[in-house]
Design a protein around this ligand. Structure first.
Ligand code: BGC
Length: 451
């Protein structure tokens, strides 16, 4: 098997973690329609079951740092797949709402662990000139997972147990697939297992690159030999800066409102004048498809145009889309026809989702995967991803109240404001990492300060 095919294989199996993530984001909306009445749940009960998964993901992300340090990226992803399978089956057979909520926490644990461990593992295995593309596969699989879950919701309805149970399939692919993949090379080096690390790296890189990576990774491991684990790793400037940049980006990824569109697209389209459930649902399905397709722009350009160019272009597009959306809703109240509003809304939502899909969607995962120095990789990724879930939860629980209290115009203007801040942050703080080895990135972040 050629080196290129091998890297692609590793990245694709690992990206099944993204499939779990996306499937889980989407499946609940359909399942809720049926388990809600069966268990006679009020709104509070529904919210409880729905948010259980985010609580699990948050805990999973935070514990992933420890798991990765202890077991390495490959085994951590295997463990995540196993937890997910148990969670998906437990959800499918849950006898009452409490057990269902507990099962959803388990599912969330699996998703949280893999959201940290998958990009990190791929970043360590992929050669520098294809690393962006390979981690982007994780986001591609998230978007495919979302569309698949919409389809499963439609096809399996009203059998909500089947909807949840099908989630076990990508879990099995992830867990079984990981058994055949190698341990992360940098984790092996940190444990003095050089020969094994060399064998793994030789499967994906040329001899010359392997020598460079091995000697740089060894130097990094030596420098950090005396630093104890835990929070001390953030005494190093490069680790602190990586933590600041990735966590801020991970939180912004949610504050610009992505999941309000993913979760509530049907409600937004209805508010804009699309009549009937079916046209709103089709429009939502189209959003899911655009989300998948636009991710290919990143696959094509991430390692050539660079991370910054894509981020900046996407954020400018999202700011325009959100501002026009805000203006459209603002002027409708003062009399514009609702047909104009409906089409403007559809256009803006599509522009917004496409711009997200080639910028903040994949690149947050890419940067989280590649920016941390070895020792800080586990805890650093865990905190950044934990921040992402916390912000996701916050926007999820406030969006509908904000919409009711302030109206759609102000809500979209607020998201546009967050996109402008996000743009300024990228412009001033995010370094270009395309084409550099993980060790070079660390040196740039470290600046003049001794490690
Ligand atoms: C985000 C998710 C979001 C998804 C949409 C991911 O990068 O982290 O919260 O649902 O993109 O495609």
């Amino acid at each position: 098997m050629s080196k290129n095919t091998y890297v692609l294989l590793v990245a694709s199996v690992t990206a099944c973690g993204g499939l779990l993530f996306g499937f889980d984001v989407g499946v609940i909306s359909g399942a809720l329609l049926y388990f809600g009445p069966e268990f006679q749940l009020e709104d509070l009960g529904k919210e409880f079951v729905t948010s259980a998964v985010l609580v699990g993901s948050f805990i999973g992300a935070l514990s992933a740092g420890w798991l990765i340090r202890r077991f390495g990226g490959q085994r951590s992803n295997f463990i995540a797949g196993c937890i997910f399978i148990v969670g998906a089956l437990a959800s499918a057979f849950a006898p009452d709402p409490e057990s269902l909520a507990a099962a959803r926490v388990l599912v969330g644990l699996g998703v949280g662990v893999t959201a940290v461990a998958a990009p990190l593992y791929v970043a360590e295995i992929a050669p520098a000139d294809r690393r962006g593309l390979m981690i982007t596969l994780f986001q591609l699989f998230i978007t495919i997972g979302i569309v698949l879950s919409y389809l499963v919701d439609v096809v399996a309805a009203p059998h909500w147990r089947v909807m949840f149970g099908i989630g076990a399939v990508p879990g099995v692919v992830l867990a079984v697939g990981m058994l055949f993949l190698p341990q992360s090379p940098r984790w092996l080096i940190a444990r003095g297992r050089h020969a094994e690390a060399r064998t793994v790296l030789l499967k994906t890189m040329d001899q010359a690159d392997v020598d460079i990576v091995l000697s740089e990774a060894q130097r990094e491991a030596d420098t950090q030999q005396n630093a104890s684990g835990g929070w001390h790793v953030f005494k190093q400037r490069a680790a602190r800066r990586a933590l600041f940049i990735t966590t801020t980006l991970a939180v912004f990824q949610q504050l610009i409102g992505i999941n309000s569109v993913i979760y509530y697209a049907p409600s937004i389209f209805k508010a804009a004048g699309f009549h009937g459930d079916s046209s709103a649902l089709w429009a939502t399905f189209a959003v899911g498809v655009v989300n998948v397709l636009a991710t290919f722009i990143t696959i094509r350009y991430v390692d050539k145009a660079g991370r910054r160019t894509l981020l900046i272009a996407g954020l400018v597009g999202m700011t325009i889309a959100l501002s026009v959306l805000g203006l459209a809703f603002h002027f409708t109240t003062s009399g514009a026809t609702s047909e104009t509003l409906a089409w403007t809304t559809l256009g803006c939502v599509m522009l917004y989702i496409a711009c997200f899909a080639f910028s903040m969607g994949p690149l947050v995962w890419v940067l989280i995967g590649e920016m941390f120095p070895q020792r800080a990789r586990g805890p650093g990724n865990a905190i950044a991803v934990g921040g992402n879930y916390a912000a996701n939860f916050l926007v999820g629980v406030t969006f509908l109240s904000l919409l009711a209290f302030a109206g759609p115009a102000i809500t979209f203007f607020l998201f546009a404001g967050a996109a402008i801040l996000n743009l300024l942050f990228v412009y001033f703080y995010v370094p270009e990492t395309a084409g550099r080895s993980l060790e070079e990135i660390e040196r740039e972040l470290q600046g003049d300060e001794p490690a």
